[in-house]
Design a protein around this ligand. Structure first.
Ligand code: KMT
Ligand code: NI
Length: 175
């Protein structure tokens, strides 16, 4: 995992967009973002334990690639890149390939997290974020859900600033 400030330059979302300024792990915990490395992707022991501890009941595996999504790939990739929040925690575990999760900082700037095989992140409910594959166009990930309905992405600007989970997140982050 690598964390850095997004450069905000034009160009395909799948490019690194690395400003060259790295982000400290302690800042990620300030944002409520949790990172763990579970390198043994074929051994579910670690992820099972985490799911148990945090009360996750459901999971699936998604393969974001042209080979699996065909013509829908480009539109899916654009859709995942719409800034959104969830009313529940989001856990993503990269099983193969790589991808980027962008999360909003306190000053509403983007922090980019590059995740590779074996990397797992927990995004708190209410944090604004987005996802994209990288130039390899291949991300195989496990998605863990506590409950089905709350997994729905709520795109920013649809009243999400007033969402109770958003308010709770900001109170936890800013004290
Ligand atoms: C999300 O919430 O943006 C996603 O689940 C993206 C796909 S997981 C690699
Ligand atoms: Ni999401």
């Amino acid at each position: 995992m690598k964390a850095y400030w997004y450069d905000n330059e034009p160009g395909d979302q799948r490019l690194p967009h690395d400003s060259g300024r790295s982000v400290d792990p302690s800042y990620l915990s300030k944002l409520g973002v949790l990172y763990q490395s579970f390198p043994e992707v074929d051994d579910p022991t670690s992820v099972d334990a985490l799911a148990w501890e945090r009360n996750y009941k459901n999971r699936d595996t998604i393969c974001v690639s042209p080979a699996t999504m065909g013509d829908a790939y480009e539109s899916k990739v654009k859709m995942f890149f719409n800034e959104h929040l969830h009313e529940d925690e989001e856990i993503r575990y990269i099983l193969d390939g790589a991808g980027y999760f962008d999360v909003r900082s306190e000053a509403d700037e983007w922090v980019r997290l590059r995740l590779e095989k074996g990397d797992l992140i927990v995004l708190p409910s209410g944090i604004y974020h987005r996802f994209t594959s990288d130039e390899q166009n291949y991300t195989k990930a496990m998605r863990l859900f506590k409950d089905e309905p709350k997994w729905t992405p709520l795109n920013r600007d649809t009243g999400t600033d007033d969402n109770q989970y958003r308010r709770d997140y900001l109170r936890a982050r800013d004290g």
